[in-house]
Ligand binder design. Structure first.
Ligand code: TYM
Length: 329
Protein backbone atom coordinates (compact mmCIF):
# COMPACT_ATOMS: atom_id res chain seq x y z
CA UNK A 1 0.00 0.00 0.00
CA UNK A 2 1.30 3.47 -0.83
CA UNK A 3 2.65 5.43 2.08
CA UNK A 4 1.52 8.91 3.06
CA UNK A 5 3.06 11.34 5.52
CA UNK A 6 2.32 14.93 6.34
CA UNK A 7 2.67 17.38 9.19
CA UNK A 8 1.67 20.74 10.52
CA UNK A 9 3.62 23.14 12.71
CA UNK A 10 2.05 23.70 16.13
CA UNK A 11 1.90 27.46 16.13
CA UNK A 12 -1.57 28.44 17.27
CA UNK A 13 -4.80 26.96 15.99
CA UNK A 14 -5.64 25.30 12.71
CA UNK A 15 -7.30 27.59 10.20
CA UNK A 16 -9.25 27.05 7.00
CA UNK A 17 -5.98 27.26 5.01
CA UNK A 18 -4.64 24.24 6.88
CA UNK A 19 -7.99 22.51 6.56
CA UNK A 20 -8.59 22.90 2.82
CA UNK A 21 -4.88 22.82 1.95
CA UNK A 22 -3.99 19.71 3.89
CA UNK A 23 -6.21 18.28 6.63
CA UNK A 24 -9.18 17.56 4.38
CA UNK A 25 -6.89 15.45 2.19
CA UNK A 26 -5.46 13.68 5.26
CA UNK A 27 -8.91 12.66 6.37
CA UNK A 28 -9.86 11.29 2.96
CA UNK A 29 -6.56 9.50 2.47
CA UNK A 30 -6.54 7.54 5.70
CA UNK A 31 -8.96 4.97 4.28
CA UNK A 32 -6.98 4.25 1.13
CA UNK A 33 -3.34 4.65 2.09
CA UNK A 34 -0.86 3.69 4.75
CA UNK A 35 -0.92 7.08 6.49
CA UNK A 36 0.90 8.74 9.34
CA UNK A 37 0.49 12.33 10.42
CA UNK A 38 2.66 14.32 12.74
CA UNK A 39 2.96 17.58 14.60
CA UNK A 40 6.09 19.39 13.45
CA UNK A 41 7.20 20.83 16.79
CA UNK A 42 10.90 20.97 15.87
CA UNK A 43 10.01 23.13 12.91
CA UNK A 44 8.15 25.53 15.20
CA UNK A 45 11.39 26.28 17.10
CA UNK A 46 12.48 28.68 14.36
CA UNK A 47 10.27 31.30 16.04
CA UNK A 48 11.50 30.51 19.60
CA UNK A 49 8.25 29.57 21.35
CA UNK A 50 8.22 29.20 25.15
CA UNK A 51 8.04 25.65 26.64
CA UNK A 52 4.50 26.47 27.77
CA UNK A 53 3.56 27.54 24.23
CA UNK A 54 4.91 24.33 22.74
CA UNK A 55 3.12 22.06 25.19
CA UNK A 56 -0.17 23.87 24.68
CA UNK A 57 0.09 24.12 20.90
CA UNK A 58 0.93 20.44 20.45
CA UNK A 59 -2.17 19.47 22.42
CA UNK A 60 -4.26 21.96 20.51
CA UNK A 61 -3.19 20.69 17.10
CA UNK A 62 -3.68 17.09 18.14
CA UNK A 63 -7.23 17.83 19.37
CA UNK A 64 -7.94 19.66 16.12
CA UNK A 65 -6.56 16.85 13.96
CA UNK A 66 -8.82 14.41 15.77
CA UNK A 67 -11.81 16.76 15.61
CA UNK A 68 -11.40 16.99 11.82
CA UNK A 69 -11.75 13.24 11.60
CA UNK A 70 -8.26 11.74 11.60
CA UNK A 71 -8.61 8.35 13.17
CA UNK A 72 -5.39 7.30 14.94
CA UNK A 73 -6.36 3.64 14.54
CA UNK A 74 -6.12 4.08 10.77
CA UNK A 75 -3.49 6.79 10.70
CA UNK A 76 -1.17 7.08 13.69
CA UNK A 77 -0.47 10.64 14.82
CA UNK A 78 2.88 11.41 16.41
CA UNK A 79 4.85 14.36 17.65
CA UNK A 80 7.97 14.97 15.56
CA UNK A 81 10.26 15.45 18.58
CA UNK A 82 9.25 12.01 19.92
CA UNK A 83 10.98 10.36 16.96
CA UNK A 84 14.64 11.19 17.45
CA UNK A 85 15.80 9.19 14.42
CA UNK A 86 14.54 12.09 12.29
CA UNK A 87 17.39 14.21 13.63
CA UNK A 88 19.99 11.75 12.45
CA UNK A 89 18.60 11.75 8.93
CA UNK A 90 18.35 15.56 9.10
CA UNK A 91 22.09 15.67 9.82
CA UNK A 92 22.93 13.44 6.87
CA UNK A 93 20.73 15.48 4.54
CA UNK A 94 22.33 18.70 5.77
CA UNK A 95 25.71 17.40 4.59
CA UNK A 96 24.38 17.10 1.06
CA UNK A 97 22.48 20.41 0.94
CA UNK A 98 24.22 23.47 -0.44
CA UNK A 99 24.13 26.98 0.92
CA UNK A 100 23.22 28.58 -2.41
CA UNK A 101 20.17 26.40 -3.02
CA UNK A 102 18.94 26.80 0.57
CA UNK A 103 19.29 30.57 0.38
CA UNK A 104 17.22 30.61 -2.80
CA UNK A 105 14.15 28.99 -1.18
CA UNK A 106 11.31 31.52 -1.36
CA UNK A 107 10.02 30.93 2.18
CA UNK A 108 13.57 31.47 3.54
CA UNK A 109 13.89 34.73 1.62
CA UNK A 110 10.50 35.80 2.97
CA UNK A 111 11.56 35.05 6.54
CA UNK A 112 14.76 37.04 6.06
CA UNK A 113 12.61 39.96 5.00
CA UNK A 114 10.00 39.55 7.73
CA UNK A 115 12.21 38.67 10.70
CA UNK A 116 15.66 40.10 9.93
CA UNK A 117 16.67 39.84 13.61
CA UNK A 118 16.12 36.10 13.74
CA UNK A 119 17.60 34.53 10.62
CA UNK A 120 18.70 31.35 12.39
CA UNK A 121 20.35 28.30 10.82
CA UNK A 122 17.19 26.27 11.46
CA UNK A 123 15.34 28.50 9.03
CA UNK A 124 17.99 27.92 6.39
CA UNK A 125 17.94 24.15 6.77
CA UNK A 126 14.15 23.96 7.22
CA UNK A 127 13.78 22.04 3.90
CA UNK A 128 16.32 19.44 5.12
CA UNK A 129 14.29 18.73 8.26
CA UNK A 130 11.11 18.54 6.22
CA UNK A 131 12.80 16.15 3.77
CA UNK A 132 13.96 14.02 6.72
CA UNK A 133 10.34 13.80 7.97
CA UNK A 134 9.21 12.56 4.58
CA UNK A 135 12.11 10.36 3.43
CA UNK A 136 12.25 8.67 6.83
CA UNK A 137 8.94 7.01 6.00
CA UNK A 138 9.76 6.41 2.32
CA UNK A 139 6.52 8.24 1.62
CA UNK A 140 4.96 8.02 -1.83
CA UNK A 141 2.56 10.90 -1.32
CA UNK A 142 2.53 14.02 0.81
CA UNK A 143 -0.74 15.95 1.12
CA UNK A 144 0.15 19.65 1.35
CA UNK A 145 -1.05 23.03 0.18
CA UNK A 146 0.49 25.05 -2.63
CA UNK A 147 2.81 26.95 -0.29
CA UNK A 148 4.79 23.74 0.35
CA UNK A 149 5.57 23.01 -3.30
CA UNK A 150 9.12 24.29 -3.15
CA UNK A 151 9.89 22.35 0.03
CA UNK A 152 8.56 19.25 -1.72
CA UNK A 153 10.86 19.88 -4.68
CA UNK A 154 13.77 20.10 -2.25
CA UNK A 155 12.76 16.78 -0.67
CA UNK A 156 12.81 15.16 -4.11
CA UNK A 157 16.15 16.76 -4.89
CA UNK A 158 17.68 15.48 -1.63
CA UNK A 159 16.34 11.98 -2.27
CA UNK A 160 17.89 11.92 -5.75
CA UNK A 161 21.14 13.40 -4.52
CA UNK A 162 21.51 10.87 -1.71
CA UNK A 163 20.93 8.04 -4.18
CA UNK A 164 23.49 9.50 -6.58
CA UNK A 165 26.18 10.19 -3.99
CA UNK A 166 25.96 6.66 -2.54
CA UNK A 167 25.16 5.03 -5.85
CA UNK A 168 22.02 3.38 -4.52
CA UNK A 169 18.36 3.34 -5.41
CA UNK A 170 17.22 3.83 -1.85
CA UNK A 171 15.00 6.87 -1.33
CA UNK A 172 11.93 7.35 -3.49
CA UNK A 173 10.93 10.75 -4.69
CA UNK A 174 7.78 11.75 -2.80
CA UNK A 175 4.95 13.29 -4.78
CA UNK A 176 2.86 16.20 -3.54
CA UNK A 177 -0.75 15.16 -3.27
CA UNK A 178 -3.81 17.33 -3.64
CA UNK A 179 -7.22 15.86 -3.19
CA UNK A 180 -8.72 18.57 -5.34
CA UNK A 181 -6.29 17.47 -8.09
CA UNK A 182 -4.55 20.79 -8.03
CA UNK A 183 -2.68 22.53 -5.28
CA UNK A 184 -4.86 24.77 -3.15
CA UNK A 185 -3.79 28.16 -1.96
CA UNK A 186 -6.50 29.26 0.42
CA UNK A 187 -6.69 33.06 0.36
CA UNK A 188 -7.05 35.15 3.51
CA UNK A 189 -10.17 37.10 4.48
CA UNK A 190 -8.35 40.34 3.71
CA UNK A 191 -8.48 39.40 0.05
CA UNK A 192 -4.74 39.20 -0.41
CA UNK A 193 -2.19 36.41 -0.45
CA UNK A 194 -2.76 33.25 1.53
CA UNK A 195 -4.57 32.61 4.74
CA UNK A 196 -1.88 32.39 7.40
CA UNK A 197 -1.45 32.86 11.12
CA UNK A 198 1.15 35.53 10.78
CA UNK A 199 -1.02 37.42 8.29
CA UNK A 200 -3.89 37.85 10.78
CA UNK A 201 -6.47 36.98 8.11
CA UNK A 202 -7.63 33.55 9.25
CA UNK A 203 -10.84 31.79 9.97
CA UNK A 204 -9.93 29.29 12.68
CA UNK A 205 -11.60 25.92 13.07
CA UNK A 206 -12.27 26.80 16.71
CA UNK A 207 -13.84 30.23 16.00
CA UNK A 208 -17.37 30.43 17.42
CA UNK A 209 -20.41 31.01 15.24
CA UNK A 210 -20.56 34.76 15.80
CA UNK A 211 -16.86 35.22 15.09
CA UNK A 212 -17.09 33.19 11.87
CA UNK A 213 -20.03 35.28 10.66
CA UNK A 214 -18.40 38.55 11.65
CA UNK A 215 -15.10 37.69 9.96
CA UNK A 216 -16.74 36.59 6.72
CA UNK A 217 -19.13 39.55 6.56
CA UNK A 218 -16.11 41.84 6.95
CA UNK A 219 -14.06 40.12 4.22
CA UNK A 220 -12.70 42.72 1.83
CA UNK A 221 -14.70 43.39 -1.38
CA UNK A 222 -15.07 46.21 -3.90
CA UNK A 223 -17.96 48.28 -5.31
CA UNK A 224 -19.00 45.48 -7.66
CA UNK A 225 -18.54 45.00 -11.41
CA UNK A 226 -19.20 47.92 -13.72
CA UNK A 227 -19.25 45.91 -16.96
CA UNK A 228 -20.70 42.59 -18.06
CA UNK A 229 -18.28 39.64 -17.80
CA UNK A 230 -15.68 41.84 -16.20
CA UNK A 231 -12.42 40.25 -15.13
CA UNK A 232 -12.31 39.98 -11.33
CA UNK A 233 -9.78 41.97 -9.36
CA UNK A 234 -7.60 39.87 -7.03
CA UNK A 235 -9.62 40.53 -3.84
CA UNK A 236 -12.82 39.40 -5.52
CA UNK A 237 -11.22 36.39 -7.15
CA UNK A 238 -9.99 35.41 -3.69
CA UNK A 239 -13.49 35.71 -2.24
CA UNK A 240 -14.79 33.43 -5.01
CA UNK A 241 -12.02 30.92 -4.32
CA UNK A 242 -13.02 30.86 -0.65
CA UNK A 243 -16.69 30.59 -1.64
CA UNK A 244 -15.98 27.55 -3.80
CA UNK A 245 -14.04 25.86 -1.01
CA UNK A 246 -16.65 26.56 1.65
CA UNK A 247 -19.92 26.35 -0.32
CA UNK A 248 -18.95 24.08 -3.23
CA UNK A 249 -18.68 24.45 -6.99
CA UNK A 250 -22.37 24.95 -7.74
CA UNK A 251 -22.75 27.84 -5.32
CA UNK A 252 -19.59 29.49 -6.64
CA UNK A 253 -20.89 29.15 -10.21
CA UNK A 254 -24.23 30.65 -9.21
CA UNK A 255 -22.53 33.75 -7.76
CA UNK A 256 -20.15 33.85 -10.69
CA UNK A 257 -23.11 34.12 -13.10
CA UNK A 258 -24.55 36.94 -10.97
CA UNK A 259 -21.17 38.65 -11.08
CA UNK A 260 -20.98 38.33 -14.84
CA UNK A 261 -24.48 39.81 -15.16
CA UNK A 262 -23.57 42.63 -12.77
CA UNK A 263 -26.24 41.44 -10.32
CA UNK A 264 -23.96 40.21 -7.59
CA UNK A 265 -24.66 41.27 -4.00
CA UNK A 266 -21.57 40.40 -2.03
CA UNK A 267 -23.60 40.52 1.21
CA UNK A 268 -25.76 37.60 0.03
CA UNK A 269 -22.77 35.61 -1.07
CA UNK A 270 -21.07 36.22 2.27
CA UNK A 271 -24.21 35.24 4.19
CA UNK A 272 -24.20 31.89 2.44
CA UNK A 273 -20.47 31.51 3.04
CA UNK A 274 -20.97 32.23 6.76
CA UNK A 275 -23.87 29.77 7.02
CA UNK A 276 -21.95 27.01 5.21
CA UNK A 277 -18.74 27.67 7.15
CA UNK A 278 -20.68 27.40 10.39
CA UNK A 279 -22.35 24.19 9.26
CA UNK A 280 -18.91 22.76 8.48
CA UNK A 281 -17.28 24.02 11.66
CA UNK A 282 -19.99 23.46 14.29
CA UNK A 283 -19.37 19.71 14.74
CA UNK A 284 -15.59 20.21 14.48
CA UNK A 285 -15.73 22.87 17.21
CA UNK A 286 -17.69 20.59 19.48
CA UNK A 287 -15.23 17.76 19.03
CA UNK A 288 -12.23 20.06 19.59
CA UNK A 289 -13.67 20.91 23.02
CA UNK A 290 -14.24 17.28 23.89
CA UNK A 291 -10.79 16.07 22.78
CA UNK A 292 -8.83 18.94 24.27
CA UNK A 293 -10.13 18.18 27.75
CA UNK A 294 -9.15 14.50 27.56
CA UNK A 295 -5.44 14.55 28.43
CA UNK A 296 -5.24 10.79 29.01
CA UNK A 297 -6.56 10.09 25.51
CA UNK A 298 -4.23 12.63 23.89
CA UNK A 299 -1.22 11.18 25.75
CA UNK A 300 -2.11 7.67 24.67
CA UNK A 301 -2.52 8.68 21.02
CA UNK A 302 0.84 10.49 21.02
CA UNK A 303 2.60 7.55 22.70
CA UNK A 304 1.16 4.96 20.34
CA UNK A 305 1.88 7.16 17.32
CA UNK A 306 5.46 7.67 18.43
CA UNK A 307 6.01 3.93 18.87
CA UNK A 308 4.81 3.17 15.35
CA UNK A 309 6.72 6.03 13.77
CA UNK A 310 9.93 5.25 15.68
CA UNK A 311 9.85 1.58 14.64
CA UNK A 312 9.68 2.56 10.99
CA UNK A 313 12.24 5.33 11.44
CA UNK A 314 14.68 3.01 13.19
CA UNK A 315 14.63 0.62 10.23
CA UNK A 316 15.35 3.47 7.80
CA UNK A 317 18.19 4.81 9.95
CA UNK A 318 19.82 1.37 10.23
CA UNK A 319 19.75 1.05 6.45
CA UNK A 320 20.99 4.59 5.89
CA UNK A 321 23.88 4.11 8.35
CA UNK A 322 24.93 1.01 6.49
CA UNK A 323 24.76 2.80 3.11
CA UNK A 324 26.85 5.69 4.43
CA UNK A 325 29.41 3.33 5.98
CA UNK A 326 28.71 3.61 9.70
CA UNK A 327 28.77 0.70 12.09
CA UNK A 328 25.53 -0.91 13.20
CA UNK A 329 24.65 0.29 16.70
P1 TYM B 1 2.29 24.66 7.99
O1 TYM B 1 2.23 24.29 9.42
O2 TYM B 1 2.60 26.06 7.63
O3 TYM B 1 0.91 24.34 7.30
C1 TYM B 1 0.35 23.04 7.42
C2 TYM B 1 -0.35 22.63 6.14
O4 TYM B 1 -1.36 23.56 5.83
C3 TYM B 1 -1.20 24.01 4.49
N1 TYM B 1 -1.59 25.43 4.43
C4 TYM B 1 -2.26 25.94 3.39
N2 TYM B 1 -2.70 25.37 2.26
C5 TYM B 1 -3.37 26.16 1.41
N3 TYM B 1 -3.63 27.47 1.63
C6 TYM B 1 -3.21 28.09 2.76
N4 TYM B 1 -3.49 29.37 2.97
C7 TYM B 1 -2.47 27.32 3.69
N5 TYM B 1 -1.89 27.58 4.89
C8 TYM B 1 -1.35 26.41 5.32
C9 TYM B 1 0.29 23.85 4.19
O5 TYM B 1 0.51 23.75 2.82
C10 TYM B 1 0.61 22.59 4.94
O6 TYM B 1 0.30 21.47 4.15
N6 TYM B 1 6.62 22.82 6.49
C11 TYM B 1 5.26 22.45 6.83
C12 TYM B 1 5.14 21.42 7.94
C13 TYM B 1 5.92 20.19 7.69
C14 TYM B 1 5.59 19.16 6.75
C15 TYM B 1 6.63 18.20 6.88
C16 TYM B 1 4.56 18.99 5.85
C17 TYM B 1 7.06 19.84 8.31
N7 TYM B 1 7.50 18.62 7.83
C18 TYM B 1 6.62 17.04 6.10
C19 TYM B 1 4.55 17.82 5.07
C20 TYM B 1 5.58 16.87 5.21
C21 TYM B 1 4.56 23.71 7.29
O7 TYM B 1 5.17 24.63 7.77
O8 TYM B 1 3.23 23.66 7.20
Amino acid sequence: MERVISGIRPTGNLHLGNYFGAVKSFVKMQDEYDCMFFIADWHSLTTHPTPENIRKSVKTILSEYLACGIDPEKAPIYVQSDVKQVLELYLYLNMNAYLGELERVTSFKEKVRKQPDNVNAGLLTYPCLMAADILMHKADKVPVGKDQEQNMEMARLFARRFNRIYNVDYFKEPASFYFAHKAVKVPGLDGTGKMGKSEGNCLYLCDDEKTVTKKIMRAVTDQGPTQLNQEKPEVIQNLFTLCELICGKDAAEYYNDLYNNMQIRYGDMKKQMAADANALLAPIRERILAYSSDDALLDRIMRQGAEKAAARAEKTIEEVREIIGFRKV
